[in-house]
Write a protein that binds this ligand. Structure first.
Ligand SMILES: Nc1ncnc2c1ncn2[C@@H]1O[C@H](COP(=O)(O)OP(=O)(O)OP(=O)(O)O)[C@@H](O)[C@H]1O
Ligand SMILES: [Mg+2]
Length: 255
């Protein structure tokens, strides 16, 4: 089982889209994929037509007690529009977690512990995380073997990226093995100065971490989310899907 997380402390950079797109491409070739929504806003949960305000069970359940048994994990898992993709949904209750004292201590490995019960059931797990450094993002970073950091190709995004890279360095001090990470440029529009210059800057600053694929601005992503379909099910030939397919190939080769 391969576990990847998608994170950036900046909002609206394409995190959820990256997780859903890669998950969709993996599912399309027959892999068993689990998507985990760790964002209290529940964008990924809403993407697949579940209401984060209404769900009886969600990843919140994993934070109710330190011990996690198999039944607690399995009761969370929902079907999606794609037969090979399952979803562990978020609920709005997750927002209260950061404030609870119990959440701060001894709760950093809850998602990693849950995944131990699913080792043989999935080939790929993709974790979507909120744009805030807190117990949920810490869980995502602790549970994954590879981190994807989508970065919008615009001027302000690079500042946000610096913050995220510092977070990764901090996490690495507590890890036995350094967490490999890949920076994924998103919302690229080669007609704009901002896109061209910030991509050049990314090449200069992070040559060893920069993905070989650049995700263009593509309205198909929004259309896919409106329909509750993974982008490759809506339009496998779109430019955006092509970019994620290229990214996926390089990630699989790195393993
Ligand atoms: N490459 C793209 N081109 C055009 N639209 C995109 C692209 N990637 C994502 N979008 C759209 O932009 C919006 C924000 O994307 P997304 O939800 O993936 O970002 P996010 O980083 O997960 O945001 P948040 O921090 O709020 O969770 C969505 O409506 C999505 O459909
Ligand atoms: Mg999101």
């Amino acid at each position: 089982m391969q576990v990847w997380a998608v994170a950036n402390q900046k909002g609206g950079v394409g995190k959820t889209t990256t997780a859903v797109s890669l998950g969709g491409l993996l599912a399309e070739v027959g892999y068993r994929v689990l998507l985990i929504d760790l964002d209290p806003h529940g964008s990924m949960t809403s993407y697949f037509r579940y209401d984060p305000d209404e769900l009886e069970h969600s990843v919140y359940d994993l934070f109710e007690q330190v011990q996690i048994d198999s039944a607690r994990v399995h009761r969370l898992i929902l079907d999606t529009s794609h037969e090979h993709i399952k979803l562990m949904p978020a609920s709005t209750a997750l927002a209260t977690l950061e404030r609870k004292a119990v959440a701060q201590e001894g709760m950093g490995l809850q998602v990693a512990k849950a995944l131990r019960h699913l080792q043989t059931e999935y080939d790929y797990v993709l974790i979507d995380s909120p744009p805030v450094l807190g117990v949920l993002m810490v869980n995502a970073l602790a549970a994954c073997k590879h981190l994807l950091v989508p970065v919008q190709t615009e001027f302000l995004a690079l500042k946000g990226l610096e913050r995220m890279v510092r977070t990764i360095q901090m996490i690495n001090r507590a890890r036995k093995h350094k967490l490999p990470f890949t920076i994924v440029p998103t919302f690229y529009d080669r007609r704009t100065q901002a896109s061209v210059i910030s991509l050049r800057e990314l090449h200069k600053r992070y040559p060893e971490h920069l993905a070989n694929a650049v995700v263009p601005v593509d309205t198909k992503f929004r259309n896919a989310s409106l329909k509750g379909l993974v982008p490759s099910s809506l339009d496998a030939g779109s430019r955006g899907v092509h970019a994620y397919a290229r990214l996926l190939r390089s990630l699989v080769e790195q393993r």
